[in-house]
Write a new protein. Structure first.
Length: 731
């Protein structure tokens, strides 16, 4: 099947993998209800290990056998390399950006879109997916859902379609969303086959071995010294090629480098640059839209820039998927050969692409492709649809490492591997874009930028452990092929112990924590425990403000529904000393707050009264007016002379029985409104003396310091509670 002139160990394994895939698809029944017999396979290996060769050979053989095969990839460049289509167009997947929102916000296909999807997958039974490392967990769930709808088999995973995915998890994760293995339920259904070797860098075996060590995190000090020797300096002779691609980690650095190289190109060649502004109009009315309603990032406007600066000889990149079969896809690079203008405006740009556009050039008998303005609709910031017309080009003297993944750069790279490298696998992805070490030139390099992707190692170990416990193949031929591919496989105990030593990825721990703690926002990390163990700084308690202290003390208690109301008054230094007749001792607010803060279950009833030194009860209240709190009535110095009529009326309205400290019961006769006004004035005067706390008026016969000492002793002895009440008989 896979014919090679001089087969070696790696090519023989590639042929065995291809035979296993073809036999698994052909031996499986075409119409079955058991979804476990469907092929779910991951072919994992580094760049240059022959994954694309196996994919194209499998598709060719299956199509010869009459099996419908769909070849897809997440990006246009990867789809062009395998002669396929993009995954979004094959499954009608939504686009995720600021303009369209998240992919989870877009509903599944329906209506005409669903009919076209079912027509496309009517005769297809195999999906070959390349560069699955770009597929996020949410996108994998979308693939499962759309395939169920397309095949009308909603009860089977992936709609009963055979799925074979090719890629390398040790490279960069998807730019949007979590890695693919975050969808554990779908991820663990796949089997795993690994490839080795790097045929792309076969011309430089030492460089191929260095890349292999960087990929799995086993680089040596010699490897670091080799990479340091490729840093550009004044006298070491390391210079990037004239058409080498500058690789950066961020888009901001890419924009700065593109502007510098563009200005240098204009100065050196004395060419005239052109500026091509976009044309934004409202879709419904056709009026020119406000620039403030658009987006700065071109990824949110269908890849079309707001302002395109270009000149003859500039290196550009195509930003849309125009013709995937001809290679005119997002990521195709080329050189500007001519710029046409009409009436002072650019009307057409001729670009000679590196590999794409050959069919177009042959059809039009030209050496370059004519690029014209294309339109795209996006959702503006003001909630209206906006149509943008612009040339789908962008300067490509520099590129991000994410954009360069799945591409081979024959002209060399000039990479920045300094402090901007923060993602796992980013340095390895940048270095593996070339075929030999002489094409590598580094602007900066730090050993800390060589970050190994530990999450990918955990995901692969999980699949290895899972497939060792799965049922063997029912077909004897498939079983023999599988045993031949896993002849050097390690036992299950090795992967079990390996997983115990490794930490789970952050996305897996986050998903597990959200299932167990639905209200939690994120999973606690190890750094949180370290911060919790740190000694906290001692902070001095702030004294309460004057307003808050008075407000909390002057707050009236909520009126009770029952007839009697219990209140406390200030304890005296002598327990048996009775209060002067006709006078009401002021209540202590701290004891009242302590009593009211207790739950109802702990409050005593009248049969088992709460311990207190002085208790005031009101009984036989006939009016609906809430009772006057006792602590708001200041003591009177002299007994006011009240007429018998007023005294009787006051007695009928209140009729409160006061139990003094000696146990005698007396009647409290409330004075007139004039006396109450005098008492309130005296109360305000006492409050102004102390700015922070209200200290009750001291007993005239006991010094202030002695009273405070007795009070503190009582609080310390009884735990901030008053003493128990003694049983007295009313006189």
């Amino acid at each position: 099947m896979l014919q090679v002139d001089e087969p070696n160990e790696h090519t023989l394994r590639q042929r065995t993998v291809m035979d296993y895939i073809i036999a698994s698809v052909l031996e499986a029944p075409q119409h079955q209800e058991n979804a476990n017999d469907r092929l779910r396979l991951i072919v994992h290996g580094p760049g240059g290990s022959g994954k694309s060769v196996i994919l194209r050979a499998v598709a060719h053989k299956l199509r010869q056998a009459g099996i419908g095969v769909v070849i897809a990839a997440p990006t246009g460049v990867a789809a062009f390399n395998i002669n396929g289509i993009t995954l979004h167009s094959a499954l009608s997947l939504p686009v995720s950006n600021n303009s369209y929102g998240k992919s989870t916000d877009v509903p599944p296909p329906r209506g005409v879109q669903l009919d076209n999807l079912r027509t496309f997958w009517k005769h297809a039974s195999v999906l070959l997916l390349d560069e699955f490392g770009f597929v996020s967990a949410e996108l994998l769930r979308r693939i499962d859902r759309h395939l169920r709808l397309a095949t009308r088999r909603t009860h089977q995973p992936y709609g009963g379609i055979h799925i074979v995915m090719f890629g390398d998890l040790y490279q960069l994760p998807p730019p949007h969303g979590q890695p693919i293995f975050a969808a554990e339920r779908l991820w663990t259904n796949f089997r795993l086959l690994e490839l080795e070797g790097n045929q792309r860098a076969a011309q430089d075996p030492e460089f191929a071995a260095l890349l292999a060590r960087l990929r799995i995190g086993t680089w040596t000090r010699d490897d670091v010294q080799v990479l340091k020797s490729r840093v550009k300096r004044k006298r070491n002779g390391i210079h990037p090629g004239p058409y080498a691609t500058h690789l950066h980690a961020t888009r901001e650095a890419v924009a700065v480098t593109n502007a510098k190289v563009y200005q240098q190109h204009i100065q050196d060649t004395h060419t005239q640059g052109c500026e091509c502004p976009c044309i934004d109009t409202y879709t419904q009315t056709g009026e020119i839209s406000d620039p403030e309603n658009g987006y700065i990032n071109a990824e949110d406007t269908g890849g079309l820039e707001a302002m395109l600066t270009i000149a003859v000889g500039s290196r550009v990149m195509y930003k849309q998927n125009w013709d995937v079969r001809d290679g005119l896809v997002n990521g195709a690079c080329g050189k500007v050969t001519e710029i046409e203008d009409e009436q002072g405006q650019v009307s057409r740009i001729w670009v000679q692409f590196d590999r794409a556009g050959q069919r177009w050039c042959h059809m039009h008998q030209t050496f370059a492709v004519a690029v014209e303005r294309r339109s795209v609709n996006y959702w503006g910031k003001n909630g209206k649809w906006i149509q943008r017309r612009q040339f789908p080009l962008v300067l490509a003297h520099a590129s991000t490492v994410h954009k360069a993944q799945a591409a081979t750069l024959p002209e060399g790279i000039y990479a920045d591997l300094g402090r901007s490298i923060r993602n796992p696998g980013q340095a390895y992805t940048a270095l593996s874009r070339v075929t030999r070490l002489s094409l590598v030139a580094l602007k900066k390099f730090r050993e800390e930028s060589l970050i190994f992707n530990k999450d990918a190692e955990w995901a692969l170990a999980t699949l290895h452990e899972k497939q060792l416990t799965q049922d063997q193949h029912k077909n004897e031929a498939l079983h023999q092929l599988w045993q031949q591919l896993n002849i050097n496989a390690k036992p299950r105990k090795y992967y079990t112990q390996k997983l115990k030593r490794m930490d789970k990825p952050e996305c897996i721990r986050q998903a597990t924590y959200e299932r167990t703690h639905p209200t939690a926002k994120r999973v606690p990390r190890a750094s949180d425990a370290k911060e919790a163990r740190k000694p906290k700084e001692k902070t001095t308690p702030q004294r309460p403000s004057k307003t808050n202290a008075r407000t909390s003390q002057n707050r009236q208690p909520r009126p009770q529904k029952h007839v009697s109301t219990k209140m406390q008054c200030r304890p005296t230094s002598k327990p048996n000393a009775a209060c002067p007749p006709g006078k009401l001792p002021p209540c202590r607010p701290s004891l009242i707050a302590a009593t009211q803060s207790q739950p109802k279950s702990k409050q005593r009833t009248q049969s088992n009264p709460m311990p207190q030194q002085c208790l005031a009860q009101s009984v036989n209240r006939t009016d609906t007016t809430p009772p006057i709190p006792q602590h708001q009535i200041a003591p009177q110095k002299k007994k006011a002379s009240i007429s018998p009529t007023l005294q009787n009326s006051a007695t009928e309205q209140s009729n409160q029985h006061i139990i003094n400290c000696a146990g005698t019961r007396t009647h409290a006769n409330f004075s007139t409104s004039k006396a109450a006004t005098q008492q309130s004035k005296k109360k305000n005067t006492d409050q102004k003396k102390d700015k922070h706390t209200r200290t009750p008026k001291m007993h005239p016969k006991i010094p202030n310091n002695r009273y405070r000492n007795l009070e503190m002793k009582q609080l310390h002895k009884h735990g901030a509670r008053p003493q128990p009440q003694r049983q007295h008989t009313p006189t």
